[in-house]
Design a protein around this ligand. Structure first.
Ligand code: SAH
Length: 248
């Protein structure tokens, strides 16, 4: 029996950011699997469609469930916010499948459907903060030790990348953003143009352009994406702009 599993990014939250391919995959699926916050967003749109959700921290069990169902011959869509390959479930699904495939009966076609990641949708709200080379770094220590994250942050600052920070703070690690700003600021100084967007494409969307030093006093949470400019980034007329030097 051949099943079907797609891992689809649904963008930051608003319907307009769901790509046509992701939409088609959700329409075609007979089972949608995901983190409960995203499944709740989709429930109203697909009344009657079978959904399976678990909370944060249950990712492995959730993906194993999705693969089990696909190997039973079902058409499964695993949904992730933003892009499924950016701190999402695409790699986990592929790793679990290559680990277990030999022990399973049947076949499953696995497709990864890209989505608009937070770095891109948030950038559009601020203006054009990542118009040149940029680095995306997650401050979550759930799966990566802080020491490794700190090395990457320093390297990005020393390389003069515009830096986008995902998972900037959480209840269990209220200090990671401040620690990251300390590392970047030691290289760049505190006047570097910076900004953030909260709840991109969702209720409560909010953004601000400030400086690296100004970020210390902002009340940011895990639904925030943070931007720190490179040496050429400007704040002009309420927009954060990292130009490509078309204009000298
Ligand atoms: N796969 C997702 C990222 C998951 S990691 C993507 O590609 O966007 C979760 C982090 O992404 C959050 O802590 C936050 O930093 C960022 N993020 C995701 N959605 C967001 C949104 N709607 N608004 C602001 N930040 C968001």
């Amino acid at each position: 029996m051949t099943g079907d599993l797609c891992v689809a990014g649904i963008g930051p939250g608003s319907e307009g950011y769901i790509t046509a391919d992701a939409q088609a995959a959700l329409d075609a699926a007979d089972l949608i699997v995901g983190y409960k916050v995203y499944i709740n967003l989709l429930k109203d749109r697909y009344p009657g469609k079978e959904m399976y959700s678990t909370g944060m921290g249950d990712e492995v069990a959730r993906c194993e469930y999705a693969l089990d169902k696909a190997y039973e011959g079902r058409k499964v869509a695993v949904v992730c916010s933003g892009d499924p390959g950016v701190y999402g479930m695409a790699s986990l699904i592929l790793e679990l499948d290559s680990r277990d495939r030999e022990d399973r009966d049947g076949e499953v076609d696995i497709t990864i459907i890209p989505g608009v990641t937070a770095a891109l949708s948030g950038a559009a709200i601020l203006g054009s903060p990542i118009g040149s080379d940029f680095a995306v770094i997650s401050l979550s220590t759930a799966l990566t030790p802080w020491e490794e994250i700190a090395v990457r942050i320093k390297a990005a600052a020393e390389g003069d990348f515009s830096i986008v920070l995902y998972n900037p703070v959480s209840r269990v690690r209220p200090d990671t953003l401040r620690q990251a700003l300390d590392i970047i600021g030691a290289v760049t100084g505190r006047e570097r143009v910076a900004g953030y967007v909260k709840n991109i494409g969702r209720d409560g969307e909010e953004h601000k352009i400030t400086t690296l030093g100004g970020l210390y006093s902002e009340d940011l949470d895990m639904f925030t994406t943070v931007y720190i400019g490179n040496k050429d980034t400007k704040s002009i007329g309420g927009r954060m702009i990292t130009g490509r030097k078309y204009i000298k």
